[in-house]
Design a protein around this ligand. Structure first.
Ligand code: MF3
Ligand code: CO
Ligand code: CO
Length: 289
C-alpha cells in the first residue's frame, strides 16, 4: 500500500484531507504497534454513518428481546418463541441473522439450564418452572448486524441458579468497563475470569465474543478468560464487537452435541450468558444493543 501524504484524501472515504481526518489516529496506532500490540486491519473500523446503522439494528434487536420477555413463560415451546422472533423481525423489515446461518435451522438460539449456547428451538422443548433460559438473537437491518442475548428466569428459580444468572450479568458489565480507546482487548477477559472464579464459577473457553457490523462474525476474537501475559489486540475507536461471557456453575469444559450446534456443560451443571454489541468510542464505549 502506498503511504498517504498529509494532504491526500483520507483512506476512510470521508473526503477530508488525511491530515484533518485519520492521520493523528494512524500515528497513534504506529506507536502502539512498536510497543508490540496487534493492530487489526482498518476494514473492521466503522464510520459514524455505519455505526448509526448498527445502532438501528441493535435497537431493533433490543426490541426483539423485550418482546421475548413478554412471551416467555412456563409451558411454551422454544419453537413458539422462535416463530415469534422471526415474525416480529420480518414485521420490522429486518432479517433474523441466525436463520440458515451456516446451516442453523432456526431464527434464534434458545439455551436452557445446562445448555451453554446455540440451543436449537424445537416444539419438544417446553419451558418449565425454575428454568434459566438464554435467548440469543441477532438482527440484520439495512445490511448491518446487532447481536445480543439475555437470561430469562422462569417462575421459582433456585438460589444457586439465580446467583449464576446474576454473576454472568456482572461478568458482562465488568467486561464492558474495560473497553476504552487504545486499551488492551485482553483486559476484558483478564477482568471477567477472576470475578467468576471468586464467585465459585468458571468461564467457558471454547466460545468467544466477536467483531460484528457488516458481517455476523469478524475479527477481533474476544476471549472472556484471562491472558495476562499477552499484549494482544489494541482497541481502536470505531471497532464494533460483542462481549458475551458464558459462565458455568461447575467445570468450564463443554460438550458439542451431534446435532452440530448445541453446546452443553461437560458436567451437566448450569450455564448462563448475557451479550451486548458495542462500539469503541473516543472516550470509552457505547452499547448498541
Ligand atoms: N448469536 C450467536 C453469537 O452470539 C451466534 C449464533 S450462530 C447460530 O455469536 F447459527 F447458532 F445461530
Ligand atoms: Co449472540
Ligand atoms: Co455474538
Amino acid at each position: 500500500m502506498q503511504k498517504l501524504e498529509p494532504n491526500d484524501p483520507c483512506w476512510c472515504g470521508s473526503g477530508k484531507k488525511y491530515k484533518k481526518c485519520h492521520w493523528l489516529q494512524d500515528c497513534e496506532l504506529d506507536k502502539y504497534r512498536r510497543e508490540g500490540f496487534r493492530i487489526l486491519p482498518r476494514t473492521i473500523l466503522y464510520s459514524a454513518e455505519e455505526i448509526e446503522k448498527i445502532r438501528a439494528a441493535g435497537a431493533l434487536n433490543h426490541a426483539v428481546l423485550d418482546m421475548v420477555q413478554s412471551e416467555i413463560k412456563e409451558g411454551v415451546s422454544t419453537e413458539h418463541l422462535d416463530n415469534l422472533v422471526r415474525e416480529f423481525t420480518y414485521d420490522h423489515h429486518a432479517i433474523p441473522a441466525c436463520l440458515n446461518y451456516e446451516g442453523f435451522p432456526k431464527s434464534c438460539c434458545i439455551s436452557i439450564n445446562e445448555v451453554v449456547c446455540h440451543g436449537i428451538p424445537s416444539p419438544d422443548k417446553i419451558i418449565k418452572d425454575g428454568d434459566i433460559v438464554n435467548v440469543d438473537c441477532t438482527t440484520i437491518l439495512d445490511g448491518y448486524f446487532g447481536d445480543s442475548s439475555r437470561m430469562y428466569c422462569i417462575g421459582n428459580v433456585a438460589p444457586n441458579a439465580q446467583k449464576l444468572v446474576d454473576v454472568a450479568k456482572e461478568c458482562l458489565e465488568i467486561g464492558l468497563k474495560q473497553v476504552k480507546p487504545y486499551g488492551r482487548l485482553n483486559d476484558i477477559g483478564d477482568a471477567i475470569e477472576p470475578y467468576a472464579n471468586d464467585n465459585g464459577f468458571s468461564i467457558v473457553r471454547d466460545l468467544c465474543g466477536h467483531g460484528i457490523g457488516k458481517k455476523f462474525h469478524d475479527e477481533p476474537e474476544v476471549v472472556h478468560y484471562a491472558q495476562p501475559r499477552q499484549r494482544g489486540v489494541l482497541m481502536v475507536p470505531g471497532m464494533v464487537f460483542t462481549i458475551e461471557p458464558m459462565v458455568n456453575e461447575g467445570t468450564w469444559k463443554c460438550k458439542f452435541l451431534k446435532d452440530g450446534w448445541t453446546v452443553i456443560t461437560a458436567d451437566k451443571k448450569l450455564s448462563a450468558q448475557w451479550e451486548h454489541t458495542l462500539v469503541v468510542t473516543e472516550n470509552g464505549y457505547e452499547i448498541l444493543t
